[in-house]
Design a protein around this ligand. Structure first.
Ligand code: SF4
Length: 261
C-alpha cells in the first residue's frame, strides 16, 4: 500500500507542526493537537501573534494580482517579476532577481532578498554569502542548479541590504508561492528569519524553529519545511556554523526518507 506524503511524514514521526495557508496573510501559530495540524490564519489585514496589525501591502488590486500570478507559467512569472512595481523595492533595484536553478528540483532553498552583487548580476546568492551557501550545498552532496532551486522572499534588493519589511514580503509572496507550485519541491529549506516570516508567517526566533519539521501547504499538499541560518548570518557568527551543519544533516536525512532511500 503506498502512503501519501502526509501519511509518510506521520509514519516517520515528522508530522508537520506548522502550516501556512494559501494567501498573502501572516499565518498564526498552528495549534498542536494529538497528531493533528490545526491552522489559524488571518486574511486582511495580516495579524501577528501578538495581535498587532502589520502593514498590508500597498498594492492596489492585490487580489487580482494573486489570481493572475497563480495561473502563470515560468516564463510569465519571470517576466512579471522583472516588470513588477508592486512594492517600493522596485524603486532602487538595478534588476529584479527571480531565482535560479532546476525548475523540477527536489530541494528549494529560500533566502531573504538580493544584496548588491545579486542586484548587479540578477542571480541570488552570488556574493560571499552565496559562496558559503554553495559550500553548504556541497557538504550534503548538492550543487546549485542540480536538483536545487534557490529563491528569495523578495525579488528586489532592499536598500542598504536591510531586512525586507513584512508588507514587502507579502507583496512579493504570490511570486514565491507560484514558484513553489511550479517546482513542487520535496523539501523546502528556509534560510533565516525573513524567509521564515514570508513562507510560514512566523516571527519567532530561529532557535525555536530549528530542528522541527514544519510544513508549507501547496494546494492539498503539505511540503516539509526545515529552518536554518542565513549564510550571511553565519559569516558574522562563525560558532553557529556547527548548528547549520546539524540542520543540513537533518535535511539530508529527511530527504533520503522522502525519497524512500
Ligand atoms: S520585491 Fe517583489 S513585489 Fe516588490 S517590486 Fe520586486 S518583484 Fe515586485
Amino acid at each position: 500500500m503506498s502512503l501519501s506524503r502526509k501519511e509518510l511524514l506521520e509514519e516517520m514521526g515528522l508530522s508537520p507542526v506548522w502550516v501556512r495557508r494559501d494567501g498573502p496573510s501572516v499565518a498564526r501559530r498552528a495549534t498542536q493537537g494529538a497528531g493533528k495540524v490545526a491552522v489559524a490564519a488571518e486574511r486582511t489585514p495580516p495579524v501577528r501573534e501578538d495581535n498587532r496589525s502589520v502593514a498590508a501591502p500597498s498594492t492596489a488590486g492585490a487580489a487580482d494580482r494573486w489570481v493572475g500570478v497563480e495561473l502563470m507559467d515560468w516564463e510569465q512569472v519571470h517576466r512579471s517579476i522583472t516588470e513588477c512595481r508592486a512594492c517600493g523595492l522596485c524603486a532602487e533595484r538595478k534588476q529584479a532577481v527571480p531565482g535560479v536553478g532546476d525548475q523540477d528540483a527536489g530541494w528549494l532553498f529560500i533566502g531573504e532578498g538580493p544584496g548588491a552583487e545579486e542586484d548587479a548580476r540578477g542571480e541570488p546568492f552570488v556574493g560571499q554569502a552565496g559562496r558559503l551557501l554553495d559550500a553548504m550545498l556541497a557538504a550534503i552532496g548538492l550543487k546549485r542548479g542540480e536538483d536545487v532551486y534557490i529563491a528569495n522572499a523578495v525579488k528586489c534588493r532592499p536598500p542598504g541590504n536591510r531586512t525586507p519589511e513584512v508588507a514587502e514580503m507579502a507583496a512579493c509572496f504570490p511570486f514565491l508561492k507560484r514558484q513553489i507550485a511550479l517546482i513542487q519541491p520535496k523539501l523546502i529549506v528556509l534560510l533565516g528569519r525573513a524567509a521564515v516570516s514570508s513562507v510560514l508567517g512566523e516571527d519567532g526566533s530561529l532557535a525555536s524553529l530549528r530542528g522541527k519539521t514544519l510544513a508549507f501547504r501547496d494546494g492539498d499538499r503539505d511540503i516539509p519545511v526545515l529552518v536554518t541560518y542565513h549564510p550571511a548570518y553565519l559569516l558574522r557568527n562563525l560558532p553557529d556554523k556547527a548548528k547549520a551543519w546539524e540542520d543540513l544533516c537533518r535535511a539530508r536525512a529527511l530527504m533520503r526518507k522522502l525519497q524512500g532511500k
